[in-house]
Design a protein. Structure first.
Length: 364
């Protein structure tokens, strides 16, 4: 699962990517500094993993991860191939969710490609280019579907109706994620179209140091718009995150954060939000060799969760031995949980909960 960082040139995308991944992507004060997308595999911060590791004392501890992609900046006309438009749109199509960075700070020393700071306008520029591309996709699909619908094909007629609703919405400058569809329509039709404006989005408002804890008027305006899209917003001072990233010790970072009135690095919050945006959550395995966080899609069954470890586990699944995280930490060990009768035996229909500690029994 991938989350792509997008935005206009020079809004702080590559600096943010470096903070998240320590991959040191090139970052400079000119447009199109990023050309080829940079990819980083980022650990998901999770205090529960650390607590389990303290209790079990394993040989190694392995966190869950999420893949973050830093994509080239987009400009007006991208849907027609302007700038790096075609490449940008192809790269974003390969992601599962969008982290949209908006510049919400003034700084005369950092060039803005549009000549002034206005994150609402910047958002609309990118939205419009993505909407144009989606409209092109929908119209091509409609050409084929209309022919089948005219012959009386009922399935084609249903698809035609949904495509026309999407087309109408896009022509009104609405993102597909804003449009009302039933769960069945989204699952069976809309999702399969892989439209750019249907991807879940997190707006990152890049603010100055002084606005890191409180935000500003631009952030408030972004929040208002995001509510209409059912989108998430995170306020972040990317320059501060870069400074935090350069500090050597946890203690130094904590002192720095406290001086700014922050409880943790914004980058950690962003990673967790990206993880949730991708509809992922975590279960754990805990033993002497390793304590590990495993990533699964929300709603996964026990066999599907087992299959993340190895496909043989899913194929030969017999049962899962499950301990809730709260029970594990309350009693302090697997043995004591068993003594208290708190370990559960679950079958193939069990829906794995976030934080479950699991062992799987299977036949190869």
């Amino acid at each position: 699962m991938k989350a792509g960082i997008v935005g206009l040139p020079n809004v702080g995308k590559s600096t943010l990517f470096n903070c998240l991944s320590n991959a040191k992507a090139q970052s400079a004060n000119f447009p199109f500094c990023t050309i080829e997308p940079n990819i980083g595999v980022v650990n998901v911060p999770d205090s529960r993993l650390n607590e389990l590791a303290t209790l079990v004392n394993p040989e190694k501890t392995l966190p869950a991860t999420v893949e973050i992609v830093d994509i080239a900046g987009l400009v007006k006309g991208a849907s027609k191939g302007e700038g790096l438009g075609n490449q940008f749109l192809a790269n974003i199509r390969e992601t599962d969710a969008i982290i949209h960075v908006l510049r919400c700070f003034e700084n005369d020393n950092i060039v803005h490609v549009e000549g002034s700071v206005n994150p609402i306008r910047d958002k609309e520029i990118i939205d419009l280019e993505l909407q144009f591309k989606d409209l092109e996709t929908v119209e091509k699909r409609l050409e084929k579907v209309n022919r089948a619908a005219r012959t009386g094909d009922k399935d084609a007629q249903k698809l035609q109706a949904i495509l026309n609703r999407i087309k109408e919405g896009l022509e009104q400058a609405k993102n597909v994620r804003q449009l009302d569809f039933s769960d069945t329509e989204r699952e069976e039709v809309v999702g399969g179209l892989q439209l750019l404006t249907d991807k879940p989005v997190l707006y990152v408002c890049n603010v100055s140091e002084g606005d890191a804890a409180t935000g500003n008027d631009w952030v408030n305006k972004v929040n208002e718009i995001a509510q209409t899209e059912h989108a998430e917003v995170l306020t972040l001072a990317v320059s501060i995150e870069a400074d935090i990233n350069e500090l050597d010790t946890f203690e130094e970072r904590q002192v720095f954060l406290e001086d700014l009135g922050l409880d943790e690095p914004g980058a950690a919050k962003l990673i967790r939000k990206a993880y949730a945006l991708l509809k992922q959550h975590t279960y754990f395995t805990a033993g002497e060799k390793e304590v590990r966080a495993w990533t699964i899609t929300v709603g996964s069954t026990a066999p599907q969760a087992a299959g993340v470890i190895h496909t043989d586990f899913e194929k030969g699944f017999i049962r899962a031995e499950v301990i809730s995280y709260s029970d594990y930490t309350t009693f302090g060990s697997e043995a004591k949980v068993k003594e208290a009768g708190k370990m559960r035996i679950e079958g193939k229909e069990y829906i794995v909960k976030d934080g479950d500690v699991m062992h799987f029994r299977f036949n190869v």
